[in-house]
Design a protein around this ligand. Structure first.
Ligand code: HEC
Length: 167
């Protein structure tokens, strides 16, 4: 091998190494982004209106166990839910037609349930609505949402479908 050839070989090796590094870095960055973004990313596909009876039944059980204590067994919310309590935080709103859950898209609702209201609002906002990312699976969250939606009259359901489509 001439000196020139070996220099060239070394340069090629270095390039290959750099490319390898770049690929590894790219994979690491991508993995990080996917992990961080998982919540948002997993909920991205809207699933409005296609819940099976099984999913709704499962969602009803998830609701009774995890949500009813605050939002009410019949989705009626807490009394005076539009006025902050002595701690400055809002009581739990109803999820029926009297509340404003149906004003929000599927994506926003799934994220509120996953992350909690404080994380969604940001800026130090304090809220009693906890995030369920560590206690409920994504399937549980989608099921409870499907259950809540299944109780809405057609007018509210149609409005919310449109908001979801425009999200
Ligand atoms: C410890 C009480 C508590 C529990 C348990 C709870 N929530 Fe909430 N939730 C709240 C409160 C309080 C708010 C209003 C938060 C605010 O405005 O700061 C809220 C707000 C929400 C909202 C936003 C409604 C809107 O119109 O903006 C959704 C959706 C929601 N909760 C769903 C659920 C679901 C689903 C569960 C069960 C998996 C659940 N919550 C369990 C207290 C609770």
């Amino acid at each position: 091998m001439t000196h020139k050839q070996s220099t060239r070989a070394q340069a090629a090796k270095a390039r290959a190494r750099r490319r390898g590094m770049t690929l590894k870095t790219a994979v690491a960055v991508l993995f990080g982004a996917v992990t961080l973004g998982a919540g948002v990313w997993l909920f991205a596909p809207p699933r409005a209106g296609f819940a099976s009876a099984d999913e709704i039944a499962h969602g009803s059980a998830v609701y009774a166990e995890n949500c009813a204590s605050c939002h009410g067994a019949n989705l009626e919310g807490q009394p005076n839910w539009q006025t902050p309590g002595p701690n400055g935080r809002y009581p739990a709103p109803p999820h029926d037609r009297n509340g404003h859950t149906w004003h929000h898209s599927d994506q926003v609702l799934a994220q509120i349930i996953y992350y909690g209201t404080a994380a969604m609002v940001g800026n130090g906002y304090e809220s009693d609505m906890p995030g369920f990312s560590s206690t409920l699976s994504e399937a549980d969250i989608l099921a409870v949402l499907a259950f809540i939606k299944s109780t809405w009259p057609e007018r509210e359901a149609a409005f919310q479908r449109q908001v979801t489509q425009q999200n």
